[in-house]
Design a protein around this ligand. Structure first.
Ligand code: DAH
Length: 340
């Protein structure tokens, strides 16, 4: 029995030393010290021993058990620590690590211009209206008094979805939507994307942006139109900017005008970029709302009158920042956009 005990002891210690996991260790503990374990069954056989032998063997067996228990718990501690160490290593957070600096973007120069324009008109008492980019032919042309034979209605100038729906060619249909929904007094601006079948060149893009304005009330005259636009131009481009109103034709306004402003480069002195005229051409179109347009929207032109204007946001953005190619506004090149 003595040899049996020391054999169990040695064999078990050897096994414990090789153990790699807590589970394996537990299996060893059960196989030796468990109810059906080897050591347990040896102890059970003690009854067969003589009176003299029993306490000696009992003590020896207890020593073996204690020793094995010690080994088991030491090994257990070792394994637990190892697991902990691996876990700590895996979850390690390096608080000194620097992440690549987070890039925070900013408004696109076109959006910035639209927002600045809207902000300015808002301070002048205009409300901001949104309109859809996909419009009805009716709102885009018919309701705006645009004759059926007008070239802008041509397939080569307009993106049609079908015979009745198109990508709006200007922001003017928002005038119609506003007048159909609201009774005068109306004072609104609306900015957004517009689309025309244009080939891309330095100043043209099939998608571009406009801002539209509309004022309808009793007693609105051309004087209100000129004063409002003059205030806007001086506020937005500088108090030394002059304006020039040239007669023009738009189907939805009568009379109509195109507005030139002092050259953005020389402010009127005369320079190569304005051909020494001192003027920057066609900043915007405007006029008194045509009586037919008011009538189309259920507003009596005998009682109410109004003025409207529309201008290209891309052009304004370009002169504002000295950008000479519209493609740059749509290229999404960060090296370009970063500058604004
Ligand atoms: N819709 C015109 C265009 O795209 C611009 C315009 C001219 C708008 C006169 C107006 C206006 O509201 O009164 O060319």
């Amino acid at each position: 029995m003595k040899e049996q005990l020391s054999l169990i002891k040695e064999k078990t210690i050897e096994k414990i030393e090789k153990v790699k996991s807590l589970k394996e260790l537990e299996n060893i503990r059960v196989s030796i010290l468990g109810k059906k374990g080897e050591l347990t069954s040896v102890l059970r056989g003690m009854g067969k021993l003589s009176k003299e032998e029993r306490p000696v063997m009992g003590q020896l067996a207890n020593e073996v058990r204690e020793k094995l228990e010690k080994y088991l718990s030491a090994k257990k501690e070792e394994l637990v620590n190892e697991v902990k160490k691996i876990k700590i290593q895996e979850e390690k957070v390096d608080v000194t690590a620097t992440r690549g600096s987070l890039e925070i973007g900013h408004r696109h120069p076109l959006n910035k211009t639209m927002e600045d324009l809207e902000d300015l008109f808002q301070t002048m008492g205009f409300s901001i209206i949104d309109g859809p980019e996909v419009e009805t032919v009716k709102n885009n042309f018919d309701m705006l008094n645009s004759p059926k034979n007008h070239p802008s209605r041509d397939l080569t100038d307009t993106f049609y979805i079908n015979d009745d729906i198109l990508l709006r060619t200007h922001t003017s249909p928002v005038q119609i939507r506003t007048m159909l929904k609201n009774k005068p007094p109306i004072r609104m601006v609306s900015a957004g994307r517009t689309f025309r079948f244009d080939d891309v060149d330095d100043t043209h893009s099939p998608m571009f942006h406009q801002i539209e304005g509309l004022v309808v009330d009793k007693g609105i005259t051309m004087a209100n139109l000129i004063d409002t636009l003059d205030v806007f131009i001086k506020e937005f481009f500088g108090s030394d900017m002059k304006t020039r109103y040239r007669p023009h034709y738009f189907p939805f306004t009568e009379p109509s005008a195109e507005v030139d402003v002092s050259c953005f480069d020389c402010h009127g002195e005369g320079c190569p970029s304005c051909n020494y005229t001192g003027w920057s051409m066609e900043l915007l179109g405007c006029g008194m709302v045509h009586p037919n347009v008011l009538r189309n929207c259920g507003i009596d032109p005998e009682i109410y009158s109004g003025f409207a204007f529309g201008m290209g946001v891309d052009r304004i953005t370009m002169v504002r920042h000295g950008i000479d190619n519209i493609r740059l506004l749509y290229g999404n090149d960060k090296r370009f956009l970063e500058q604004f």
